[in-house]
Design a protein around this ligand. Structure first.
Ligand code: ARG
Length: 462
């Protein structure tokens, strides 16, 4: 086995240690991008007069043919090579001979692998974003189907105030849209050309790096060759954006595990996405949601691991950086799978409106009772105390506001008049909200329309 660096050494490397350092088993996933970068580099070398036009043309057409072959048949990308860069160069030289041996002129694998991973993420992030958008669409469909149905909104997992179920779904959609935006920012961050940096101090050939960047669809060129060799901030950003997205998925999963429990009964998983027990015949378990929640830990671990890898590196390229690919590929696969599974669960989820509505009546209307007094001139702090005392009495007697007689209301405060009965209900509570981000039915309808508009635009831009 010859390597890209065997000239320097007398004998063969230790097979096990060579295997330990080799990355082809996983960086073969960069094949498409490695060839794309090499085609552009061959053209740039010819344009700079560093190689002949003929050699440049021979390389470009052989590389294009290889890329086609790799797209058609993934088993083509295979061999005893150290990494994908060695594989591409070996096959190129086998096919066109001497001109192929000029491809690496003025280029280092350090800048090459950094470019490959940038190109890879720029190509793949939109696919992840499409899955995020599909999940937002599933949340929007649930919001639409829920109509005017209400449930309790919780704080501290205790009933707080009534909320439209549509508002609940749009809350999760809002978080997923931030993930979409954040992934877009990572794609932009990755948009820097590293070629021209050489191994560490820059290249000695007159490469037009701005033209090369434009040729590869990259908006910028790196600022500093020494920094470029080891800058993997964009990897950390991708892992961070993904970890946050997994956290959002995990929180939705946790909600649905709770809301689907016998104790709540607000929602029910479709049979297609639920699992049974090998022992207990009655069980219908939310396994996919639990698995999403579990995988959030794995992705957070990838981010933490990667930051830890970076923290002790001296300037310039270090082999530690090879670990970036395992992290990126694993997180991409995990996030994509979690997004798809969650979208299916949400899409097929059954809503039980009756238990939701029942849970949205009762003492969680206390804030509305206090607001009733405020509207009749009482200071909010006094209203809070008055209603607090009333609640304490009702809790002791196991009653709720709707059981109070006119006399009992007036006993609590002379400001309560006959209109209090109409003012204190879940429907009245949501209707009393005024701000655009609130659960007022009109505000929610406007939010839903805005989400639909965003989804249409997002689909257009793909
Ligand atoms: N497989 C290596 C990586 O992923 C490629 C760069 C190798 N560069 C080097 N100087 N050994 O980082």
């Amino acid at each position: 086995m010859t390597t890209l660096w065997s000239g320097r050494f007398d004998g063969q490397p230790d097979a096990d240690v060579f295997g330990f350092g080799a990355s082809f088993a996983f960086d073969r996933r960069l094949f498409e991008d490695d060839v794309t970068g090499s085609i552009a580099w061959a053209e740039a070398l010819a344009n700079a007069g560093a190689i002949s036009e003929d050699d440049g043309r021979a390389m470009v057409s052989a590389l294009q043919a290889m890329r086609e072959e790799g797209r058609r048949d993934s088993t083509f990308v295979n061999g005893p090579d150290e990494d994908v860069h060695s594989f591409v160069e070996r096959v190129l030289v086998e096919r066109i001979g001497e001109p192929g041996r000029r491809l690496h002129t003025g280029r280092s694998r350090n800048e090459q692998v950094a470019l490959d991973l940038r190109l890879y993420l720029r190509r793949r992030i939109p696919l992840v974003q499409a899955r995020v958008a599909a999940l937002v669409a599933a949340c929007a469909r649930q919001a639409e189907q829920a109509g005017g149905a209400v449930m309790p909104a919780y704080t501290h997992l205790r009933r707080a105030q009534p909320v439209l179920i549509a508002h609940y779904w749009l809350a999760h959609a809002a978080a997923f849209r931030r993930d979409h935006t954040r992934l877009g920012a990572v794609r932009d961050e990755a948009g820097e050309l590293t070629l021209g940096s050489g191994a560490v101090v820059g290249t000695a050939y007159a490469i037009d790096v701005h033209a090369l960047a434009a040729r590869l669809g990259l908006p910028r060129v790196v600022r500093n060759s020494l920094d470029a060799a080891s800058d993997r901030d964009f990897v950390a950003s991708f892992l961070h954006a993904s970890a946050l997205s997994l956290i959002h998925l995990s929180r939705l999963a946790e909600d649905l595990v709770i809301f689907g429990s016998e104790e709540f009964g607000f929602v029910e998983l479709d049979d297609r996405v639920a699992t049974g027990s090998s022992l207990m015949p009655q069980k219908k378990n939310p396994d996919p949601l639990e698995l999403v929640r579990g995988k959030a830990g794995r992705v957070i671990g990838r981010l933490t691991g990667w930051l830890t890898t970076l923290k002790g590196l001296p300037s310039g390229y270090n082999k530690d950086l090879q670990e970036d690919k395992d992290a990126v590929f694993d997180v991409e696969d995990t996030l994509s799978a979690c997004l798809a599974a969650t979208a299916t669960v949400v899409d097929t989820l059954k809503l039980h409106t009756q238990p939701c509505a029942a849970a949205a009546e009762g003492l969680l209307l206390a804030t509305d009772v206090a607001d009733f007094l405020v509207r009749r001139g009482l200071a909010f702090r006094d209203a809070h105390e008055t209603v607090g005392r009333l609640v304490r009495r009702l809790v002791d007697q196991g009653r709720t506001f709707d059981s109070l007689t006119d006399d009992e209301w007036r006993e609590a405060s002379p400001l309560f008049d006959g209109r209090v009965h109409d003012a204190i209900s879940a429907a009245a509570s949501v209707n009393a909200r005024t701000t655009p981000q609130s659960t007022h039915p009109q505000a929610v309808a406007a939010s839903l329309a805005e989400v639909r508009e965003w989804l249409a635009q997002t689909a257009d831009h793909r």
